[in-house]
Structure formats: C-alpha cells, structure tokens
Design a protein around this ligand. Structure first.
Ligand SMILES: [Zn+2]
Length: 461
C-alpha cells in the first residue's frame, strides 16, 4: 500500500518538476523573441529589398539566395536548397476594366487570377450574367451563359468568427468558377474579391482550369466595384450593361527553383523531424508581407531562438521555406516526396501561413476529440500565460499537407494567429511590411518555438 503511494507521489513530483522546467524554458523563449527578436528586421529586408516573389520570377530567385545566406549566417547544423520545378506565370502589363453603360465607361479595379490566360489584345466586351454561386450558374445553363462574361458575386460570409472559414467558402467561385462558366460557353469570368472588407483593392489568387474545358480569361474585381456592378445590373433593364476587360498574362515554361531548408540536428533521434515552415513565394501585387513573409521569417526565427537559448533538441528541427505555395504547391509536394525517399521519420509539421498577427493557438489536422483533450491536458496551461493556448481540431496547411500522404504517422499542425484582419489585405497591393506589427510577429515566433519545444520534449502521442 505504502509503496503504491510512494510511486504515485514520485510520478506526481516528476510531472510537476517537468512542468516547472517547461514553464521556465518557454519563458526563456518568449524573452528571447520579445527582446532580441530578428524576424521583423529580416522581414523588412525580404519585403523592401526583394519585394514580390512569385514563382519563377527574379524576385523569387533573389529570395532563395538571400534566405540561404540568412540561414548560413545563423550557423545551423545544415542549410541546403531542395530543387523543384515550378510554374512561371506572369501578369504582364496592368489589366484594364470598365463597366459600359451606354456612352459611360466606369473604371473597375481588376487583377487577373493566377494561371489565367490573357484576353485577346483588343480585350473582351460582352454582356454580363451575375451569379452568387456555381450552383446558380448550373441552373441557368448554356442558353443564358453562352457568349457572356459570368460575374461571380458570392459575398464573403461575415458570420464566420475564424475568417479562414469564410475564405474557404467564398473561395470556391475563384478556384472553380471560371472553368465551370466556360463549360456553358462563357467568354470570360470576373470574380468578387474574396474578402470581408469593402474597398477598392482587387484580390488576386489562383484559379484552376479543368482539363478538357476551354480556358477563358478570369480576373478578380474589388468588392466596391462588385457592389456597384451588381446594383447597376439590378436597376437597369435595357439597353444591357456591358463589361470590358483586358489582361496580358501568360504562362511561360516551368522554371527551376528551390525550397530553402535549415536544420538543427537532434541529439537523440537525428532521423526524426519536427518541421516548421511557411512559403517563400508570394503574389506579385505587393511584398507578400503577411502572405507569407511573416511565416518564413517566424520559421527561421524558431530555429534561431532554440539555438541561441542553447537548447539541444532530442529530434531534428527544420525550418522550411517552401516555394510555390500560391500557384502550384510544388515545393510542398517535393518536400514530402523527398522525406519519403530519404526514409525520414516525421513527428510533426507546423505551418505558419495565416498572417503575422497575434497568436491564438494551434489547430491539429484530423485530430480526434480524445487527442484534442489529451494535447490540452499536456500543453494548455503552459501556453495560457502567453494567450496562445487555443488547441483545436482544424487544418494544418497547404505546404505540409502532402506529408500526410508520404509519412502517414505525421501530425500536421496549423499556427493560428488572430484572423480578423488577414483577408483585408490578403493577395492585394496592400500586403506590405508596414501592415505587420513587430510584437505580434515576434509573439507568433515564440508561440511556435514553444510548441516545437513541447513536441520535442513530450511527443504528441
Ligand atoms: Zn500564403
């Protein structure tokens, strides 16, 4: 009897001692991030000295070279480039668009969607059919759609608390709408920008052409312009309002590019990995500050913090700057394939690609309620003082997603910052360094470093 109590007491005190040790180390991580953090200065360089870095561009190439140098400078155990072929889409000369109402031309802020084809050199002028969803498009059918420009005007549902959910719901019309419209004979597609904000910034983003369906030019227009166009269509019967747009984009042959990878070797299990990553490529309209400059700079900062604080991880820790998240996901696919080819064991991968805003917590992809309960029991109280303790079921991320196929035992984790402002600037000309807050960015790096530390110490099973 006595022996059993002693054993329980010993277990209790060792658990408490381990919690105290964890708590002290996490404090140390936050102190380093908040006092000596370098992510913000690194991000400034990436945004202001390199700027936009769409896959295949000169900016992307510069970003690869600079990122490797940055990691080399930190003296990680291993820094290397992982070659990957990526699509090379270019926007060309700036797009133009007008609503044509009799003799009046009303200019519309527009941006071609990534992967879109160009219009003919003279542009496209056609009547418009407005729909709120692909389903509505299907009910109208070819007799209504043929020869027209389809205007997808499904609004961002403001009721979602986590705006990523709203983005996913409204995003379908951008990814799949243009090809769906082409099936019914549409000559072009314009899409309401996927954002809860009402302003004059068009939000670009990828669209996907379905094989075997005629490709039609596709573009996003600003939410204010979408409202105006919708109102005009509602009020005016005859003569019909027309829409004109011209864009000059082009898909060139694939280009050789790279994921940039830094690694601290595990002291106990060098062939077991915890990956933290974001994507180095960005859309071409701005500097890719929040999407995803903040994510890559947080990822390298995690390694820097762990190294600087003298932490010797049990498992190998990697920072991965993925290439081509925005218009092909080739970097993520390559990383997963190589992990399998090299027979690496992967414990977990954490993706940071939802902006550099105040951290709230982490989402665990496909996690059971029992797993979520357990991970909360283990880690929540340690993250609570830093307000990064929401540990929930949810998505991991686009770049780490392919790892699930090649390393099925892996846990995929999404870093979850506050989401309220992200989609205001996402994929617009407004995604610039000035919109990133230094403390928020550094708090995020510390939250991720803490999660990496906890997983390294205690695993996830
Ligand atoms: Zn992104």
């Amino acid at each position: 009897m006595m022996k059993r109590y002693l054993l329980l007491a010993a277990l209790f005190f060792s658990a408490t001692a381990s919690q105290a040790q964890d708590s002290l180390f996490i404090r140390k991580i936050y102190d380093e991030a908040l006092v000596n953090g370098q992510a913000y200065d690194n991000l400034r360089y990436l945004c202001k000295n390199i700027g936009q870095r769409l896959s295949g561009s000169a900016g992307a190439e510069k970003a690869v070279t600079w990122s490797k140098k940055l990691m080399d400078g930190y003296g990680f155990d291993k820094v290397y480039l992982q070659e990957v072929m990526v699509p090379h889409w270019v926007r060309g000369a700036k797009e133009q668009a007008y609503i044509i109402d009799g003799n009046k031309k009303i200019a519309v802020p527009i941006a071609a969607l990534g992967s879109s084809i160009a219009t003919p050199a003279s542009g496209i002028t056609a009547n418009i059919v407005e729909v709120k969803s692909i389903k509505e498009l299907e009910t109208l059918g070819e007799s209504v759609i043929k020869g027209k420009i389809v205007f997808f005007n499904g609004a961002f549902d403001q009721r979602f608390i986590e705006t990523g959910a709203g983005y996913g719901a409204a995003g379908v019309q951008r990814f799949a709408g243009p090809s769906a419209a082409a099936k019914y004979g549409a000559v072009g597609a314009i899409v309401r920008s996927i954002t809860p904000a009402l302003d004059d910034y068009p939000h670009t983003g990828g669209t996907v052409y379905v094989d075997g369906v005629t490709k039609i030019p596709a573009a996003a227009i600003s939410t204010l312009a979408a409202n105006k166009l919708s109102n005009m269509l509602r009020l005016r019967k005859l003569p019909l309002i027309k829409f004109y747009f011209k864009q000059n984009c082009q898909t060139l042959p694939d280009v050789k590019s790279y994921n940039v990878i830094g690694e601290i070797k595990g002291s106990e299990n060098p062939n077991k990995f915890i990956t933290v990553g974001g994507h180095l490529d960005s859309w071409d309209l701005a500097e890719g500050a929040h999407d995803d400059g903040t994510g890559v700079m947080q990822s390298v900062e995690v390694l820097r913090i762990l190294k600087t604080t003298g932490y010797k991880p049990k498992n190998s820790i990697r920072a991965v700057f993925f290439m081509n998240e925005e218009n092909g996901h080739k970097g993520g696919i390559k990383y997963a394939e190589q992990a399998a080819a090299d027979k690496e064991e992967h414990i977990a991968a954490i993706e940071t690609d939802e902006g550099g805003f105040t951290p709230r917590g982490f989402s665990f992809e496909g996690a059971s309620p029992a797993f979520i309960k357990q991970v909360n029991a283990k880690f929540k109280n340690l993250l609570e003082p830093y307000e990064a303790d929401r540990l929930v079921e949810g998505g991991g991320g686009t770049d780490i997603g392919p790892l699930k196929e090649t390393v099925p035992s892996i846990k995929l984790i999404g870093f979850r910052p506050d989401s309220q402002r992200y989609f205001d600037i996402h994929h617009t000309a407004n995604d610039v360094f000035e919109n990133v807050n230094k403390r928020e960015l550094h708090l995020g790096a510390a939250a991720i470093a803490s999660m990496v530390y906890l997983i390294d110490q205690h695993g996830l099973n």
